[in-house]
Design a binder for this molecule. Sequence first.
Ligand SMILES: *Cc1c(COP(=O)(O)O)cnc(C)c1O
Length: 412
Amino acid sequence: MNKFESYCTKFVQTIGAKEGAVSPAIISSASFAYGTPETAEGIFNGSVKKPLYSRMGNPTTAKLESIMSEMDGGVGAVATSSGMGATTLATMSLLSQGDEVISIGGLFGGTYSFFAETVSRFGIKTSFFDVDEFQNIENRITENTKIIFLESVGNPNMRLPDIKRVAEIANKAGVALIVDNTITPLSISPLDLGADIVVYSTTKIIAGNSSALGGCVVFRAIKEGEDKFKNERYPFLHKFIKNAGKMALVQNAKKRALRDFGMSANAHASYQTILGLETLALRLPRVIKSAEIIAKELSKNGLNINHPSLASHPHHQRYKNDFSNGCGTLFTIDMGTKEKAYNFLRKTKLATITANIGDSRTLALHMASTIYSDFDKETRRFLGITDGLIRVSIGLENPQDIIQDFLNAVKE
Ligand SMILES: *Cc1c(COP(=O)(O)O)cnc(C)c1O
């Protein structure tokens, strides 16, 4: 049974209560009363498991975190205010001045500028590689390398990584591997493939209908015996390993990022996200099938489509072997020129023009003039952003309706 089938049962059964209110309670209180000074002391030293203050954790958000952690086989999760908040939490809880990051693939525009323009201001250097540059990636690892960051699907270049092989490189060198699995929840299980930390923008297919901004980070357990986080590369983790054992990565992230940066999720967004999870396992396979059908038909009609299900795609074989549960909702159309791309966007009646992805509705956006507008030519070329590139995120509509609409929209 694939994960879609098992999670059709698991999500709804875990989310709904069998007694009392069926739908999860939204506890929007920012603070929590401790009752007695002894309880206060216990909550602060961790011996009493009750909420401390909503920046550090909230009961509604905790429900979301436990479901997300279970979904990925993690030991714990931390939900955040956005997907970028998740990336910030995961990375900044491990980085110090002088450290180096290796970033592979895609790359989502916000993540690219986070590493290239923002984190670089704090003395952290990031090197960028294509997914298949295995030797260059291995050669670039130094004693200062703390993170290898990888997107499960290139957004929007649609290149697919060999996650297992990158994980082998990371594990051999003793470096943390973080995978942004926003586009492929349930389809890909990064921790099973050897990653250490998984980040999500839950804003996308997980919430699924533009109702809530959010993110989540799932952490693996620290192993008993040998574990790369026990080595000299991560000395600041050792005290967390001593005190929190297998939960060390979660505790470190909560202290070093959530408490001090405050990218905390709010209860209302967590509730909306939980509702999204209820139907994720139903929606995702439909959209994956539709994306394949639509990509194939548009390609047959002469459109320049980039999707790994097409035999012409350089990672078609990897798609069949390693991505048998699909690679999400996206494909791109290269219209050749900005003018033709704009014409298409003006004429489509079904696609909503927006920067989001993974929505119930089909979405489309011209890349060069929007998300990548302040990137120079060289960077755009590296990220695969051509002048006529449109990114499409397929929704729940009937795929034949989308095909009809898109073929009408490309007519002169
Ligand atoms: C959207 C997105 C993000 C950022 O998420 P936000 O919720 O918008 O902050 C990060 N990674 C990927 C792959 C995304 O698509």
